[in-house]
Design a protein around this ligand. Structure first.
Ligand code: UN1
Length: 512
């Protein structure tokens, strides 16, 4: 069944300039949706519409906005299987994971529906009598949210739900190759009764989006940009928003390390590395990049890891598999390039490499019709290698060794990203030492690098982001601005710093 979808601005379908087909990566001949892509002007116009709608939305009491978030959560829950099936159909994410992804939207709504009755400000004592100080959280205005398609519904909800709850309007530009999932989520959100124009969805390619965003920023119609995607595009968005004196919320790539200490439970570490590296076909921004394993357990670890990967099921994402296909042809093409980074000094220990086919099967799976790739473990990786230094989005994991924890931390930080990380150890000293030294925003002990929970701060440092955090209470600082109010009821002008009573201490006093 193929759908026809277009952008929706102010509750009405908007004009499209070009046509795009979102296909099923498990059966590339199957069109999931025919998408009309809009141009830069539609994007800029959507931001104008959002600005109009935001004024009224901000006046809706926050607890009432919280009720709308509660309704969104209920609607998503009631449609969970349908939405998850669509996600699986459109981007090939295994169905169990797609259901988990949909669950994450509900969790996010659960967290923020109560925030409608909090959005706490403070009362603060004044330095002068008969004067009161307060702080208020004000919505920023219009948020332009640009998201990737590997988490086509959960990660967008991390922006959309708190942004709307805080009284902002949103223009959402999802990834083209996940357009149908995004469109379905948009419809669930608006079924909650959100007024027209408060949430708008624009399908557009990268270039038109960037131009539209620039225009909207110039016109003063966007106050916050949220972006999840590559470090390269994130840098451009950071520059653009910086020129407009804004700081975007950037969630970018990762080269997430997993350290395996000599005292680790190796079976657990292998299980963790298998899921972290090859679950979701390695296409999470939190997926495992490099295993940094102590030299004393290297051989044992690699042997068990290779065995686990050989036995892992790759196949139809509606089935019980570790991984399905890559997200889209664009990702398959890029992944093929990452495979060329394998050098003669490397040792592929996982078996076959490249596209799964009749001539190059994974066990009895021949990958017929889909963008399926062999999971690859590359041993012997060195710190100067591209495979070690750069994100390789897809099912490929490097392995390197270390001698001391300090060295492991240094290797973990060397690529300059800082999204997620993991250590396997049974010694708390190692766990806390690693936590303290590693540059990542997220640290797992005896767990996968992926699998962030919806109410912890999520975000990266270095090449993984500009330190902004999503999720939980921390994201409120992205979608609100603090306003300080002072109210003097003394009936006279009391000048701060000057008209302040002084109590004089005897600072020369010493105990005898
Ligand atoms: C992403 O890939 O963009 O940690 C985010 C995880 C997810 C988030 C990944 N909950 O696996």
């Amino acid at each position: 069944m193929s759908r026809q979808i277009v952008s929706i601005v102010g509750g009405k379908e908007a004009a499209s300039a070009t046509a795009y087909e979102s296909t099923n990566p498990a059966r590339t001949g199957e069109v999931v949706a025919r998408v009309g892509l809009a141009d830069a002007e539609v994007f800029a116009a959507a931001c104008r519409t959002a600005k109009e709608a935001q004024r009224e939305w901000a006046k809706v009491p926050a607890p009432v906005r919280g009720r709308v978030i509660a309704s969104i959560g209920r609607l998503v829950e009631a449609n969970a299987e349908r939405l998850a099936r669509l996600v699986t159909e459109e981007i090939g994410k295994p169905y169990a994971e797609a259901l988990g992804e949909v669950r994450e939207i509900v969790d996010t709504c659960d967290f923020f529906l109560g925030e409608g009755r909090r959005l706490y400000g403070q009362t603060v004592p004044s330095e002068m009598p008969d004067k009161n100080l307060f702080t208020f959280r004000n919505p920023v205005g219009v948020a332009a949210v640009i998201t990737a398609g590997n988490f086509p519904v959960a990660v967008p909800s991390w922006y959309l739900v708190p942004a709307l709850l805080c009284g902002n309007a949103v223009v959402w530009k999802p990834a083209e190759y996940a357009a149908a999932s995004a469109h379905a989520m948009y419809r669930l959100f608006t079924a909650s009764g959100l007024p027209d124009g408060v949430l708008n969805i624009v399908f557009a390619d990268g270039a038109e989006t960037f131009e539209g965003l620039e225009r909207a920023l110039d016109e003063g119609n966007v106050q916050k940009v949220g972006f999840t995607g590559s470090s390269e595009v994130g840098r451009k968005i950071g520059e653009l928003t910086g020129r407009h004196l804004q700081s975007a919320c950037l969630e970018l790539g990762g080269k997430n390390p997993m350290v395996v200490m000599p005292d680790a439970d190796l079976d657990l570490a292998v299980e963790g590395a298998l899921f972290a590296g090859f679950g979701t076909a390695g296409q999470r921004c939190t997926s495992l990049g490099t295993v940094i394993v102590h030299e004393s357990v290297h051989d044992e670890f690699v042997e068990r890891f290779a065995r686990a990967v050989g036995a892992a099921r790759i196949g139809d994402p509606m089935g019980d598999v570790l991984a399905g296909p890559l997200l889209d042809q664009k990702f398959a093409d890029r992944y093929e390039e990452f495979l060329t980074w394998i050098q003669p000094h490397h040792k592929v220990v996982s078996g076959n490499v490249g596209r799964i086919s009749k001539d190059n099967p994974h066990g009895d799976f021949d990958g017929d019709q889909g963008l399926y790739y062999h999971p690859v473990i590359v041993d012997g990786v060195r710190p100067a290698d591209r495979i070690f230094l750069e994100e390789t989005f897809g099912p490929i994991v490097g392995v390197t060794t270390f001698q001391t924890l300090d060295e492991a931390v240094e290797l973990a930080n060397l690529p300059g990203y800082g999204l997620s990380s993991s250590i396997y150890t049974t010694n708390p000293k190692n766990a806390f030492g690693f936590r303290e030294g590693v540059s990542a925003g997220m640290v797992s002990v005896n767990n996968s690098t992926s699998g962030a929970e919806a109410h912890l701060p999520f975000g990266g440092n270095g090449k993984s982001g500009n330190g902004s955090r999503q999720s939980g209470m921390w994201v409120l600082d992205q979608f609100t601005r603090w306003q300080a109010l002072n109210w003097d009821h003394s009936g006279r002008l009391q000048k701060a710093q000057m008209d302040v009573a002084e109590i004089v201490p005897d600072l020369d006093f010493r105990l005898a």
